[in-house]
Structures are given as C-alpha cells and as structure tokens.
Design a protein around this ligand. Structure first.
Ligand SMILES: [Fe+2]
Ligand SMILES: [Fe+2]
Length: 224
C-alpha cells in the first residue's frame, strides 16, 4: 500500500477532527450574537457530520496501515486577533466553508471521476455528500451577514486566508486510493477559487482584486 495514501488519510483524519471542533465552536459563537440565525443549527449538524468523517478517515487510514492516529484537541486560531469577535466568526466561516469546503468538494468530485478501490470510493462519496452542505452553510452565513451590514472589508483578508488554506506537499498521488498528485491538487484548488469561491464572495460586495492577484501568483508559482 502506498505510504502517500496512508499519510494522506491520516492527515485528513486530523483535518476532520479540526473541522468538527471548529463547527462546534462556531455554532456557539454565532448563537451568541445572532441567536435566530438558521446557520446555528446547520453548524451543529455539520459538526456531527465531521464526527462521522473522523471515523471514516480513521478506519481507512488504519486499513492502509496507519498506527499512531492522534486527535488534535485544540483549535488553531486562524482569524487575526485584531478583528472583532463577529468579524473573526465571519473570517472563520468564509475560510472553513466558502473556501475549504468548496475546495474539498472539487477535490472529491475530481477523485470520483476516476476508478477507485470500492471501499475508498464509498468513503469519498459519503464525505463529498456532506461537504456540499458545509460549503452552502458558509454562503448562507455570508448572505445573512451581508443583509445586516457591509461585508466589503472582508476583501483584504482573502490573500492571507488563501495562503493559509492550501497546504503544500503530499507525496505521489494514488487516485485509486483517493489521493490526488500535488500538481492536480493545485489545479483543482485554483479552479475552485476562480470559478466558485471568488465569484461567490464578490456577489456579496467583497472586493476580490487582491485575491485575484494572489491566485495569479499561486498559479505561476512552481510546486516545491
Ligand atoms: Fe469533513
Ligand atoms: Fe465539512
């Protein structure tokens, strides 16, 4: 079994744990300033979806030979601390849902267009179904915020946010085991930004020229 695939699923396992923790935290924090928001219940559902993903990824990583799977317990602070609490929430939801979940759907969809080992395909399909909803909940929160106040100022956050989202590296790909090769990951990420994420945020009055410049540098950068 490919070491790359084992490590990739062990990495996804940790990402899913973090997603679960982040959605639990965001549900409490949105509720604190907007108790009537339908997004609160969506965030709680998303947290329980991510719990299922944790177990799916754990099972597959172990099946591929992973042994030491340690669950992260603390959540990394991704939003700048100078922002207000409400803007930190907005930052985290744009990053976690509008960007990361959209990228995740694009990656899983690309994987599903090629033959995979049946157990891997089942896992990828189950996760992809939920991630589509998690991306939507981000857009729902952004729409609700944009209906209550201007969100234009979020544009300056985008380059650092995008830089923090894409994790370089990963060994060789193993598509039949659910892992894209690094060059394909970059192409899928860039296409998701260009075709879905940036037009989506721009729709809510967020300035995307800095993000577009970042994307141009990203696509021109050669993979390490
Ligand atoms: Fe997930
Ligand atoms: Fe998700």
């Amino acid at each position: 079994v490919s070491v790359g695939a084992r490590e990739a699923w062990a990495f996804r396992f940790r990402v899913e744990v973090e997603a679960c923790l982040r959605f639990q935290s965001l549900a409490r924090r949105v509720e604190a300033f907007d108790a009537d928001s339908p997004v609160v219940a969506l965030l709680r559902e998303a947290a329980s979806d991510e719990r299922r993903h944790v177990e799916l990824c754990r099972a597959l990583a172990i099946e591929l030979g992973a042994t030491a799977l340690v669950e992260p317990t603390a959540l990394q602070q991704i939003a700048p601390s100078r922002l207000s609490e409400r803007d930190r929430v907005l930052y985290e939801i744009i990053s976690a849902c509008c960007v990361t979940e959209t990228e995740s759907v694009a990656t899983l969809t690309t994987l599903l267009s090629h033959p995979m080992r049946p157990d891997v395909e089942q896992t990828v399909r189950a996760i992809a179904r939920d991630e589509v909803r998690h991306a939507r909940l981000g857009w729902a929160h952004l729409a609700r915020e944009a209906s209550q106040r201007s969100v234009a100022h979020a544009g300056v956050w985008l380059p650092a946010m995008l830089e923090g989202t894409f994790v370089e590296g990963g060994g060789e790909g193993a598509r039949e085991l659910g892992v894209l090769e690094p060059s394909a990951r970059r192409i899928v990420f860039a296409a998701a930004l260009r075709d879905a994420v940036l037009p989506g945020v721009e729709h809510f009055g967020i300035e995307v020229s800095a993000a577009r410049e970042w994307l141009e540098r990203f696509t021109g950068r050669t993979a390490p």
